[in-house]
Design a protein. Structure first.
Length: 242
């Protein structure tokens, strides 16, 4: 005997099916958005980098920690460092320099277009020209139109890499390339005629947590500089040394 399903039952079943499909679709979209590490699942790597520049430029300040690998032992330059920077632009911290094969921690303050440093061979703090020591003006790194953030939208052929945990953050890796002219324009060191690899770790808030630039900074040697950025918007007051 054929039993006819009541219309109300059929309607309820259809409604449940629609709700289930909607929930699955919503979950998939949320996962895709999370996988992209962006507020919109359709954001391209280039769009993420453009958004990251805006976030960096809007932050009142950032904390920078610099490290390096592959620096030739006979090169004069910066090996690492740590400090705070603002868009004044200004910087205050310490840089680890390599000069004539000697490593030294150099306290540095850069503000109002001048750079003050205390080299081990000096009894006091003096103004210096960073390029004389194979280093950029650290304050310029935080400039909105000449600093690190300008490299983000200039990155060529950016592609998404892995999603991974970085401390308390989940970051999406974006890999690409930069011209030597763009890199040397910011760091002052390197070769404007070669190409550099760039790798960025970007949080779901579009904060750049790290930037790694790899290439020929010193003659034919392949070196890498990693700049870690955090404490966006921290209160920082940087003044010239008294």
């Amino acid at each position: 005997m054929h039993l006819r399903t009541p219309r109300a039952t059929r309607t309820a079943a259809a409604a449940l099916t629609v709700l289930a499909l909607a929930a699955c679709s919503s979950g998939a979209d949320a996962k895709k958005s999370q996988d992209d590490g962006s507020s919109g699942a359709q954001a391209t790597p280039q769009q993420r980098l453009a958004q990251a520049k805006q976030v960096m430029d809007q932050a009142a300040s950032m904390h920078l920690k610099l490290s390096s690998t592959g620096i030739p032992s006979n090169a004069n330059g910066v090996l690492g460092g740590e400090g705070d920077g603002t868009h004044a632009p200004a910087f205050k911290g310490s840089l680890k320099a390599q000069l004539a094969g000697i490593h030294a921690d150099v306290p540095v303050t850069a503000v109002q277009g001048k750079v003050w440093a205390k080299l081990p061979i000096w009894p006091d703090v003096r103004t210096i020209k960073p390029s004389d020591y194979g280093a950029p003006d650290p304050a310029v790194l935080f400039s909105k139109d000449k600093g690190l953030s300008t490299l983000l939208p200039k990155t060529q052929d950016p592609t998404y890499g892995a999603t991974k945990r970085d401390g308390s953050d989940v970051v999406r890796i974006i890999n690409g390339k930069l011209t030597g002219q763009d890199v040397t324009g910011v760091l002052t060191i390197g070769d404007p005629s070669v190409q550099y690899k760039a790798s960025y770790a970007v949080t779901d808030k579009n904060e750049v947590r790290s930037m790694t630039l790899t290439g020929q900074f010193y003659n034919d040697a392949t070196s890498a500089y990693t700049l870690r950025l955090d404490q966006y918007g921290k209160t920082v007051d940087i003044k010239p040394p008294a």
